[in-house]
Design a protein around this ligand. Structure first.
Ligand SMILES: NC(=O)c1ccc[n+]([C@@H]2O[C@H](COP(=O)([O-])OP(=O)(O)OC[C@H]3O[C@@H](n4cnc5c(N)ncnc54)[C@H](O)[C@@H]3O)[C@@H](O)[C@H]2O)c1
Length: 399
């Protein structure tokens, strides 16, 4: 059983507490921190939390808790983690780890210096669908992953600080690009080095300094490409979709809209439908188990099981650091309009740059490029001559 300090009583503090108190149910939040006493007290009462405080250090140094969960705005992650590392506590931090690669690296160094357990709460790589898809990819079902596309778009976040670049560190890229980048990275292989990024971003709708939309490509050392699409301008709820293409297969994942639960109501559903739902009449797409579908349940179980077993969780602060470094390159590319290198001072994965696409022999003289069954029953072969490289076709008549 773990006794937990929850820093932040906003949306994510609520989701995390709900998960911790229901999932393994042997772990309990013992202290809640919020800067606002009314909110802290209300939150503690709602979730059966014995103590609350408006002092960050008091929450972190509580003598009874052994785990600190950081669910605060992005600009407060470093301060909270530094204090928690000094207190020798296990630390779980929400996404993004930091507002930039250098800030993320300082955070990583602080926890490694202190020798404390650290887990990066990137829930979207833990959704039940994603875990199963990742297993299929690891089992070789897709062959070599060539392209992983991840999209998160909705009408914009729910609190003021997200929209203020000085507190959040950026707009839709920092807020949601971090999810999409880590999803693509997980499918391509976390051992494969991200090399460079090309990104478009703009402020299309909202009167803010940060970007409210972006599309980026992340090139990996093995030739694979990760694609992220993020926006705070999308209408119609929250669109969370992933696509993975490999040499031998394809995966399409839809996590939030039209996932098999469609409800029509002319009078209104009279309650909460699902995160970022835009209305409560007409066709609605509720989500049965929201914390499960978003990955919070398997994520917290992995974190606390890893802590119990003295192992690393699937996602730790090193992953958060790599994601921040990729986002930094994306922001540089938006400015330069060029491919920008991913600057990773610390790289712990493979140094292999092999693209690894093999030539398939057709016969002594040819490589096989493609084979297709035609409407007349014949089979068409596209071949490449081994000497000279000419591309030719051959038709095999149908039976
Ligand atoms: N899927 C996810 O993993 C996910 C989803 C939402 C948010 N988040 C992350 O969680 C963190 C918090 O986001 P949220 O949605 O809970 O935000 P929120 O605005 O709902 O809650 C923020 C909490 O921090 C407190 N806070 C705000 N400003 C503060 C300040 N200056 N000093 C001290 N406390 C302050 C608020 O009182 C509140 O308790 C962010 O890093 C965000 O990126 C992650």
């Amino acid at each position: 059983m773990h006794k937990i300090t929850m820093l932040g009583t906003g949306l994510i503090g609520m989701f995390y507490t709900m998960t911790l108190h229901s999932g393994r149910s042997r772990d309990r939040v013992q202290v809640a921190y919020s800067r606002n006493p009314e909110r802290a007290e209300k939150f503690a009462k709602e979730w059966g939390i014995p103590r609350w405080t408006t002092t960050l250090a008091e929450a972190i140094n509580d003598p009874e808790t052994d785990v600190v969960v950081v669910g605060l705005p992005n600009n407060l992650h470093e301060e909270a983690i530094t204090l928690a590392a000094k207190a020798g506590k296990a630390i779980l931090c929400t996404k993004p780890l930091a507002r930039s690669g250098p800030e993320a690296l300082r955070i990583l160094e602080a926890v490694e210096r202190a020798g404390v357990f650290h887990g990066y709460l990137e829930d979207l790589v833990y959704t039940p669908k994603t875990l199963k898809a990742l297993q299929a990819v690891r089992n070789g079902a897709l062959g070599k992953v060539l392209w992983a596309r991840s999209r998160e778009t909705h009408p914009g976040p729910h609190s003021d600080w997200f929209w203020d670049k000085s507190q959040s560190g950026g707009g839709a890229i920092i807020d949601m690009g971090c999810h999409c980048i880590e999803i693509a990275r997980s499918f391509i292989g976390k051992d494969v080095r991200p090399v460079e990024v090309m990104c478009w971003a703009d402020t299309q709708v909202h009167p803010i300094e940060a970007e409210d939309s972006a599309v980026g490509l992340v090139k990996y050392a093995n030739g694979a490409v990760g694609q992220f699409e993020v926006s705070w301008t999308f209408r119609g709820g929250m669109d969370l979709r992933d696509e993975v293409s490999g040499t031998e297969g394809t995966i399409w994942l839809n996590h939030w809209l039209r996932t098999g639960f469609d409800l029509f109501t002319s009078v209104g559903e009279k309650g909460y439908v699902s995160e970022k739902s835009e209305g409560n009449t007409g066709w609605l797409f509720p989500v049965g188990d929201e914390v499960g579908s978003l990955g919070y349940t398997p994520m917290m179980a992995d974190m606390l099981d890893a802590l119990d077993a003295g192992k690393k969780p699937m996602e730790d602060f090193y992953d958060g650091y790599v994601v921040n470094a990729i986002m930094d390159a994306a922001y540089r590319s938006v400015e330069s309009k060029k491919w920008e290198p991913v600057q990773l001072e610390v790289w712990r994965g493979s140094h292999d740059t092999e693209h690894g696409i093999g030539m398939t022999d057709y016969d002594e003289q040819h490589f096989l490029i493609k084979e297709e069954k035609m409407p007349d029953g014949s089979t068409k072969l596209i071949l490449k001559e081994k000497s000279g490289g000419k591309i030719v076709q051959k038709v095999l008549p149908g039976a």
